[in-house]
Design a protein around this ligand. Structure first.
Ligand code: PRP
Length: 202
């Protein structure tokens, strides 16, 4: 049995669709259930940011998670395959009437991704204060909590609806299949067989 952690939401749906294609049967979590067993796989419905924790600790052999989350959490896991789903960008956003003022010696950036944010601005030798938030990041510059944000942009609708624009793009992201390192040794055959099946249907 291989245990696979999936992030709740669209990436999980798209991943289960890939499994559906491979095994010619429907893979779907029952209403509110967090575990599903089918065709020798156990799927776990997990919060996006928690996927690295499940896989790193071996609670799941495999996981599907955005590159943005991997770059932020830097877990000690194997990146097996770009699944080419869940595409988005990590961007710096400012209010429509503003521009990113890099000469401001106390530029405040609100984000749920402090590591990506610090690395990006330090690579450009720009001093910033990072304000860690857990959600509704777009609110911060509107009410003066921060000068700018670093956040995930998928359709761009959230920024647009809140009078924000993309000032800079930090990285492009999509969902990756990751593996626990021990699982990849112990269950190598099963994981590689699954890897090949997924690779074929992408
Ligand atoms: C992300 C992000 C934005 C929104 C962008 O949050 O923080 O708020 O999606 O998407 P859009 O460009 O299509 O409008 P998400 O809904 O993934 O939730 P989270 O804060 O729980 O990660």
């Amino acid at each position: 049995m291989i245990t696979i952690a999936l992030p709740k939401g669209r990436i999980a749906d798209d991943t289960l669709e890939i499994f559906g294609k491979i095994f010619q049967t429907d893979f779907e979590f029952e209403n509110r259930k967090l575990v599903m067993e089918k065709n020798g796989f156990k799927f776990l419905a997990v919060r996006n940011q928690d996927i690295p924790t499940y896989v790193k600790n071996g609670a799941a052999d495999l996981g599907v998670v955005g590159l943005d989350v991997l770059e932020e959490n830097r877990p000690d896991v194997l990146r097996l395959l770009d699944l080419q789903i869940g595409r988005c960008k990590v961007c710096v956003g400012v209010r429509n009437e503003d521009s990113l003022n890099c000469t401001n010696p106390d530029l405040k950036i609100a984000t749920k991704m402090p590591n990506i944010t610090r690395d990006y601005f330090s690579s450009k030798a720009i001093a910033v204060s990072v304000i860690k938030l857990y959600g509704s990041i777009e609110l911060a510059p509107l009410i003066g909590l921060s000068d700018a944000i670093v956040d995930v942009v998928e359709t761009g609708a959230t920024m647009k609806q809140n009078g924000l624009k993309v000032a800079e793009t930090i990285m492009e992201s999509s969902a990756y299949l990751i593996s626990n390192k021990n699982s990849f040794i112990i269950k190598r055959e099963e994981i590689l067989s699954l890897y090949n099946k997924i690779y074929k249907v992408l």
